[in-house]
Design a protein around this ligand. Sequence first.
Ligand code: BG6
Length: 244
Amino acid sequence: MNLISSPAPMNWADATAVLFDLDGVLTPTALVHEQAWQQLFDGYLAKTGHAAYKNSDYFDFIDGKPRFDGVRDFLSSRKITLPEGPLDDDPAHDTVHGLGNRKNMVFNKIITEDGVKPYPGSVRFMEEALTRGLKLAVVSSSRNAPAVLKAAGLDQYFPVVVDGVVAAAHGLPGKPAHDTFTYAAALLGVPTQECIVVEDAVSGVQAGHAGNFRAVIGVDRGAGHQTLLDAGATYVVSDLDELL
Ligand SMILES: O=P(O)(O)OC[C@H]1O[C@@H](O)[C@H](O)[C@@H](O)[C@@H]1O
């Protein structure tokens, strides 16, 4: 068990890049994902007569994973097996892809109506990294990452974005596997040992821990400090502002 508490200020020595998760790290959109998943499974479970969805289901089975892995892992926690269906399956269909696409409609409706404002502390941390000459990448499970970055006005900061679409196109396994972070480091041309990973989800912290990275900063937006430490975070903060 890792019990190191957060250093303040941040020790940037020997780091040349920061690999940021997006939803829940740079933008509060993890909450929108959480809400969209809840709406999806509230409807599906009530219709099919299963026990109701719990808040903890998101953190236990879905948080930080690629969309369809989230569907599969939640369904298997309830011992429900559904056909996969085609990737672009009709959101009305009760298949893995149909359910995932149904959730995506809810997510996009909320983002379109409400817009996206980044966490101010994360923007300050990102700017500090840039001032120090570090390279930046976003590594997100989400297929919506480019649209969310644009809506938040952050797209120009990130020359490398490894999202759910890029991962699928290159056959990279999603978080908790480290491969998407490792791929982003390669695209930046930086050795993984010089990269700092920043993550809010257990699956994302596990991904950072599984790779050979310099440090994994856990940002606790609801997963729990100790849970993130146990998943392999080097240290955990409530907001990246604490490190400046
Ligand atoms: O459905 P999308 O937008 O492709 O992405 C799914 C996942 O994207 C991640 O970034 C979120 O942290 C997850 O919790 C979410 O479920």
